[in-house]
Design a protein around this ligand. Structure first.
Ligand SMILES: C[S@@+](CC[C@H](N)C(=O)[O-])C[C@H]1O[C@@H](n2cnc3c(N)ncnc32)[C@H](O)[C@@H]1O
Length: 250
């Protein structure tokens, strides 16, 4: 891994990733925000956004929980995907984030060229200054709060999509526990979907224990490494191979 800039205090430490998009390294979690091997934009699109939008293609409003905001790729890639496919869907994105320095510094982040189709500066400035961005078809809120407390306040069955994109279970265990997954199950709509890069057996076990239907999820053309999708009912996703994970019998 190559450090591209000498980090200033409080600045984001950039990391180049395989698809040419930039991610970053978090010193406090000693981990990168994305898989540098898959690429930040590709990981976001192929592990989160495309499965989520495919599962929700009949909705005219999608309520998305983005755990957690980080560099904002999942939020921004959702708007990008909607725009390039001219999807007639309003999106409401709710995102908790612990690190208050991120929003201040994202104004200068070298986002991929794809995001230049979005009102990027307006979005980042609005989130930095007010924690909310709104236009005719979009609502985004970022709250500086522990995700566990944030999720506990979300009403039952009110979220269609959960991007479960915390740091790894080893570095960020509180956002992968069985207790936490029980909250995610509670807030997900009956036809909703949870997406995650994690393929960990222990994490899948926690999700299964809460009632989730759990699948290993691999893009048919293997454009990125696999992840998992979870739901409350059986799922089929075009362009993905889904393998149902069953609870291990003792
Ligand atoms: C892997 S990064 C998220 C990347 C992001 N989804 C993106 O697309 O750029 C994980 C993020 O979770 C935040 N985080 C970790 N634990 C948290 C917690 N308990 N509550 C809120 N945010 C947390 C970190 O500060 C970091 O920004």
């Amino acid at each position: 891994m190559q450090i591209l800039t000498k980090p200033k205090k409080g600045a984001i430490e950039l990391k180049a990733s395989a698809d040419g998009s930039f991610s970053a390294y978090s010193a406090s979690f000693d981990e990168c925000y994305h898989s540098l091997k898959d690429g930040a934009l590709r990981e976001s699109l192929y592990k989160h956004i495309i499965p989520a939008f495919s599962a929700c293609e009949n909705l005219r409003e999608m309520r998305i929980l983005d755990i957690c905001f980080g560099l904002g790729y999942n939020t921004l890639a959702s708007l990008y995907y909607r725009q390039i496919h001219s999807l007639p869907v309003n999106v409401r994105i709710y995102s908790p984030e612990l690190d208050s320095s991120l929003l201040t510094n994202l104004i200068d982040f070298p986002y991929p060229e794809e995001f230049s189709k979005l009102p990027l500066r307006e979005i980042v400035c609005a989130l930095r200054d007010r924690g909310v961005y709104e236009d005719a078809h979009t609502y985004i809120e970022v709250q500086l709060i522990d995700a566990r407390a944030y999720v506990r306040e979300i009403p039952h069955q009110s979220i269609d999509v959960i991007y479960q994109d915390a740091f790894s279970p080893k570095k960020n265990p509180e956002l992968w526990s069985e207790e936490y997954f029980a909250q995610l199950y509670r807030i997900l709509t009956p036809n909703g979907i949870l997406t995650t890069y994690s393929q960990s057996a222990a994490i899948r076990k926690n999700a299964l224990a809460c009632g989730f239907v759990v699948y290993d999820c691999t893009h048919n053309e293997r454009l990125v490494r696999g992840g998992s999708v979870m739901s409350k009912c059986e799922l089929a996703l075009p362009h993905y191979h889904l393998k149902r994970i069953l609870p291990q019998t003792p």
